[in-house]
Design a protein around this ligand. Structure first.
Ligand code: OXD
Ligand code: MN
Length: 692
């Protein structure tokens, strides 16, 4: 018996006639064999390990529980997948009441409580394949891997439909869309009314950070998308161990997601159910999220952008920490010294590549700790401590290849869910950049035949892979350590064709905050909008900051004061994307970025030289180790050049942007801008380093 929903297994009459009480019946259904196998019970069974849904023990690095101990598991045929936990504690009673309320409104055919077991994950994948929502890839070429093709109108985060519904409009600030929370609750109730008819409502308890970690946060996502469930299972730690936290009284975040595509009795499902009308609504005061209409990425895996960034940034503001759109690595020097580096880049600007850097300079090593989100907090030792709250990578596929990110390619050997990439005739995947020469024939991301002459990309530019971080060959051994790592360095970067030099050193924390606040970048396909258009992306957080950006900048300045000046991470700005007049990238990037990191670490260690510029200290060409790199001297000069006239215009743009924060702009940042302007005025001519 399996309790996982399947359209083929579902009874059309049951789906049509589910009353609120039958819809939620499975939350209180009697347990197989009279035991309490799915329970978090109040007495001995309050230990989730005594429940077969969690008999497999705590969630592993893969975000799913390890293989169950056969001596403790109930026979497979009787495994009570999806059964509701017991209302044994106040925490569980609250959770069950909330699930009952949503189920009464959304009227699903059934309710499935996600246990996080490996069997459950596999069963969900099997059902998704049976329903035509996933395609299983060739088991030899790409073992245990799947391909999803989304609806062509549901391919990226929908920033225009992303709302911060704070009680007061001014608290959302000028960079967010705001709507009245009461209206948004009414909208939510209207949209949810019957939205899950004919479908299964999944309850997914998730933990950001190791379950029980002192800086971890937990939440529950209700969703009617099994694709979202398996994705959340990879990206976070899910299931019974989290329920235990809730049962023990831990605070948790409530998130509800519906694809907005109820099924009438007998109605055929589609491969990618979604709705034209989309809303991603955050309630920062009550720490809730409601997402409707989309099944894609950050719109559907609510733990990621909605909770780990937008709501977490609010929690961080209130509790004295920071939730950031950053990668996290450990850089090990040829002398064996270890440095921890966090780096903020806007979406699809190479965070995953830098997170898995394979240095070309001899002796250097990089260990991956995270590729997208970092939570950091000033510690009692006066240093900033950082951790990656996620358990997987949701990376952009195009551009990822053996030459650009060999580690990612190895990470994707199998056990991966691909979305919107192309499929080869042999049943493997392909995307632009995976190989230099495309295969002669493919099925493209929309399921159409494709050849190199088709004149359109085979994979969608925002096509993705979802994979456990544990599969990365260079993942740090301690990547799940709840204590995190002490941070030495913070990088801010964007994608800028002109003006912005390869690297600039901040003078101090306030200047570093100014550099972070003024990042601008060319838009990529990660969100809807015009690709290539330059927009200001402070701290790469423009779409992810859950409150007023001016207050966020003030919070960064405050965090600086919570550290010892000489122990705070040093801040640098980088730009790998500068182009020459002929449009060529001037810097080779990827593994060669170690040369910039080597200079930065040289600065930290006091061994690297620099020249001053109106923007901050820069390397002279001779300060960079360019050994073995066939880089024209003119290109190096261009990469390190600062043109005061162009920067005066840039400063105008920065000023206009900062003004939008009104009286919430911290005075220090106005002073930083004034001092940049006066340094630019004092510079007589473009700073162009001469090669010795
Ligand atoms: C992501 C993004 O998915 O930033 O990580 O869009
Ligand atoms: Mn991201």
């Amino acid at each position: 018996m399996t309790l996982i929903a399947s359209r083929t297994a579902a009874s059309p009459t049951a789906s049509g006639s589910a009353t609120p009480s039958t819809a939620v019946a499975s939350t209180s259904a009697p347990r197989a064999g009279g035991a309490a196998p799915g329970d978090l019970a109040s007495d001995p069974a309050s230990d989730p390990a005594s429940d077969p849904a969690s008999a497999s023990g705590p969630a592993s690095a893969s975000g799913r529980a390890a293989a169950p101990d056969p001596s403790r598991a109930v026979p497979r045929a009787a495994r009570p997948f999806g059964q509701a936990p017991y209302r044994g504690t106040a925490g569980m009673t609250d959770l069950l009441a909330w699930v009952d309320d949503i189920a009464r409104l959304a009227r699903p055919d059934r309710v499935h409580w996600v246990s996080g077991s490996e069997e459950e994950h596999e069963e969900l994948l099997r059902v998704l394949v049976a329903e035509g929502k996933l395609e299983k890839l060739d088991p030899v070429l790409r073992p245990d891997s799947y391909l999803a093709r989304s609806h062509p109108g549901d391919v990226a985060r929908t920033e225009a439909r992303t709302i911060i519904a704070s009680a007061r409009e001014e608290d959302a600030g000028p960079t967010n869309n705001w709507a009245d929370p009461q209206e948004m609750r009414a909208l939510r109730d209207r949209l949810l009314d019957g939205a899950m008819r004919g479908r299964t409502l999944y309850v997914v308890p998730f933990s950001l950070g190791a379950v029980g970690g002192k800086d971890s946060r937990i939440g529950v996502q209700i969703t009617d998308s099994a694709y979202a469930v398996v994705s959340i299972g990879i990206m976070t730690r899910v299931g019974a161990p989290v329920l235990r936290e809730i049962s023990d009284g831990a605070a948790w975040v409530r998130t509800v997601h519906s694809v907005g595509a109820p099924l009438e009795p007998g109605q055929e499902d589609t491969a990618w159910p979604c709705h034209e009308e989309k809303h991603i609504i955050h309630f920062p005061e009550t720490l809730e999220v409601f997402s409707y209409g989309s099944g894609y990425g950050g719109n559907a895996i609510l733990a990621k952008k909605c909770v780990a960034l937008r709501l977490a940034s609010v929690m961080g503001r209130d509790e004295g920490w920071l939730a950031e759109h950053m990668l996290l690595i450990r850089l090990i020097s040829p002398q064996g010294r270890r440095y921890h580096v966090a780096a903020a880049f806007p979406s699809a600007c190479g965070k995953t590549n830098l997170a898995m850097l394979r240095p070309t300079l001899p002796g250097w090593r990089v260990e991956t700790l995270g590729d997208d989100i970092v939570w950091m907090r000033p510690g009692a030792d006066g240093r900033m401590h950082a951790m990656n709250p996620e358990a997987g990578f949701f990376g952009v596929a195009p551009g990822t290849g053996p030459a650009t990110n060999a580690s990612a390619i190895e990470t994707l050997w199998g056990r991966t869910i691909f979305t919107n990439v192309a499929r080869t005739p042999e049943g493997d995947v392909w995307w632009e950049g995976l190989t230099d020469t495309p295969p002669e024939r493919l099925v493209d991301w929309q399921g159409r035949d494709w050849t190199p002459a088709s004149g359109r990309p085979a994979a969608h530019p925002n096509s993705r892979f979802t994979v456990s971080a544990a599969q990365c060959p260079q993942i740090a051994e301690d990547w799940e350590d709840p204590d995190g790592v002490p941070l030495d360095l913070i990088l801010f970067g964007g994608r800028r064709a002109a003006h912005v030099p390869l690297v600039v050193e901040a003078r101090d924390w306030a200047h570093g905050v100014f550099l972070g606040a003024t990042i601008a970048s060319e838009r990529t396909a990660a969100a809807e909008g015009t690709v290539g258009e330059v927009r200001r992306e402070p701290f790469a957080m423009l779409p992810f900051c859950g409150y007023h950006m001016g207050d966020y900048l003030a919070h960064w300045l405050l965090m600086g004061r919570r550290m010892y000046t000489d122990a705070a991470p040093r801040i640098y700005q980088v730009n790998w994307f500068r182009r020459g007049e002929d449009g060529r990238f001037l810097w080779p990037g990827f593994g060669e970025n170690i040369r910039v990191l080597d200079w930065i670490i040289g600065r930290l260690e006091g061994r690297a030289g620099a020249q001053d510029s109106p923007l901050g200290a820069l390397p002279r060409p001779e300060d960079l180790d360019l050994t073995g790199l066939d880089l024209p001297a003119e290109d190096v000069r261009e990469l390190l050049a600062v043109d005061p006239d162009a920067w005066q215009a840039e400063a105008e743009g920065i000023g206009a942007f900062l003004e939008t924060f009104g009286d919430r702009l911290p005075a220090e940042l106005g002073e930083e801008l004034a001092s940049l302007r006066s340094r630019l005025s004092a510079a007589e001519a473009p700073v162009r380093p001469d090669r010795p």
